[in-house]
Design a protein around this ligand. Structure first.
Ligand code: CAA
Length: 285
C-alpha cells in the first residue's frame, strides 16, 4: 500500500507476536517491540517454530519462511522502532494506564503520517486517542486468536477517526490476507466478542444447571452448529483470565446485570486455572 512500508507492533505476547508475523509474511518490514527481553526471545522462538511447521506442511517454501523471518525484527527500543513506523499496532497489556502511556509516547515518536491502532478487544481507541495528539489517526484494529489463522479483523472507529484512517486500516488488513469488518461506533465487545459472549453465557448457564456436561455442550456446538471449537474449549484457548477481564470491562461499561461476569470463570481464574496456557482450565492439557 502506498506509504506503508514499516510496521511496529507493540507487545510480544500471544497476539502481538503473531500479528507481527502476519505483517512480515505480507511483505512488511516489521518490528515487534516489548520491554521484556525474555518475552521477545520466547516470541522469536515460537514464531520460528510456526514457520518450520508451515514449511513441513508444504504451506510455505523454505525461502518464503526465511524471507518473512528476515523482515521481522525484535527490539526493546521503542524510540527507534516508532520513529521509522508508518503504522503502529499496539497489542500490550489490556490496562488503560499502560496503553495511555504507550500511546502518548508513540504520538511523540512516530512520524506525523503514521496511524496508531490498538488491538484491544475491550478498550475503544477513543480512550487513548487524546494522548497521541492525532486523534484522527487512531482506531482499533482487533485481531483474533490465533492471529495467524483467523481471518477477521474488526476495525473500530471513534468519533474523531478520519475516513482516510478507516480506509487505510481496512486496506492494510486486506494486504495481511484478512477479511476486515468495520464497526462505526464504539460498543463493548464490538461484534465478535458480543456473539462469543452470548454463546458462552448460555453454555455456562446450561452446565451450571446440570442440564448437560461441558463436554456434551462443546460437542453440540461442533456437530450441530459447525463451530470449530465448543464454547468451553474456546474459553480455554482464549484464556479464562482474558474471558473474565472482557466480562468485567463490559459490565463496568454497561452496568447491565446480563453482562455480570460469570462466577464459575472467576473461580477458575482465582485458582490459577487459566486454560491451555496454564495447563488447566475447564479441561486439563
Ligand atoms: N497459532 C497459530 N496457528 C495455529 C494455532 C495457534 N495457536 N493453532 C492452530 N494453528 C494453525 C495450524 O498450524 C494449522 O495451520 P495450517 O492450516 O497451515 O496447517 C491451522 O491452524 C489448523 O490447525 P489444526 O489443524 O491443528 O486444528 P484446527 O483445524 O482445529 O484449527 C483453530 C485450530 C484454527 C484454532 C480452530 O479450532 C478455530 O478456528 N477455533 C476457534 C478460534 C476462535 O474462535 N478464535 C477467536 C477467539 S476470540 C478472540 O480472539 C477475541 C478476543 O478479543 C478474546
Amino acid at each position: 500500500m502506498s506509504g506503508i512500508e514499516r510496521i511496529l507492533v507493540v507487545g510480544s505476547g500471544t497476539m502481538g507476536s503473531q500479528i507481527g508475523l502476519v505483517a512480515a509474511l505480507a511483505g512488511y518490514d516489521t518490528t515487534v517491540q516489548d520491554i521484556s527481553e525474555p518475552m521477545l526471545a520466547k516470541a522469536k522462538a515460537e514464531l520460528s517454530a510456526r514457520m518450520d511447521t508451515s514449511v513441513a506442511k508444504g504451506r510455505l517454501t523454505v525461502a518464503e519462511a526465511e524471507a518473512a523471518l528476515g523482515r521481522l525484527f525484535f527490539s526493546t527500543d521503542l524510540e527507534s522502532a516508532a520513529a521509522r513506523a508508518d503504522f503502529v499496532i499496539e497489542a500490550a497489556t489490556e490496562r488503560l494506564d499502560v496503553k495511555e502511556q504507550i500511546f502518548a509516547r508513540i504520538g511523540q515518536l512516530a512520524p506525523e503520517h503514521a496511524i496508531l491502532a490498538t488491538n484491544s478487544s475491550t478498550l475503544g481507541s477513543s480512550k487513548v486517542a487524546a494522548a497521541t495528539g492525532r486523534a484522527d489517526r487512531v482506531c482499533n484494529m482487533h485481531f483474533f486468536n490465533p492471529a495467524l489463522v483467523m481471518k477477521c479483523v474488526e476495525v473500530v472507529r471513534h468519533e474523531a477517526t478520519s475516513q482516510a484512517t478507516v480506509e487505510t486500516t481496512l486496506e492494510l488488513a486486506r494486504r495481511f490476507g484478512k477479511e476486515p469488518v468495520l464497526i462505526n461506533r464504539e460498543i463493548p465487545g464490538f461484534i465478535a466478542n458480543r456473539l462469543m459472549g452470548a454463546v458462552q453465557k448460555e453454555a455456562l448457564a446450561l452446565a451450571a444447571a446440570g442440564i448437560a456436561s461441558k463436554e456434551d455442550i462443546d460437542t453440540t456446538a461442533r456437530t450441530a452448529l459447525g463451530h470449530p471449537m465448543g464454547p468451553f474449549e474456546l474459553m480455554d484457548m482464549v484464556g479464562l483470565d482474558v474471558i473474565d477481564f472482557i466480562a468485567q470491562a463490559t459490565y463496568a461499561e454497561t452496568g447491565d446485570e446480563a453482562d455480570r461476569p460469570d462466577p464459575q470463570v472467576a473461580a477458575l481464574v482465582a485458582e490459577g486455572k487459566l486454560g491451555r496456557k496454564s495447563g488447566q482450565g475447564w479441561y486439563s492439557y
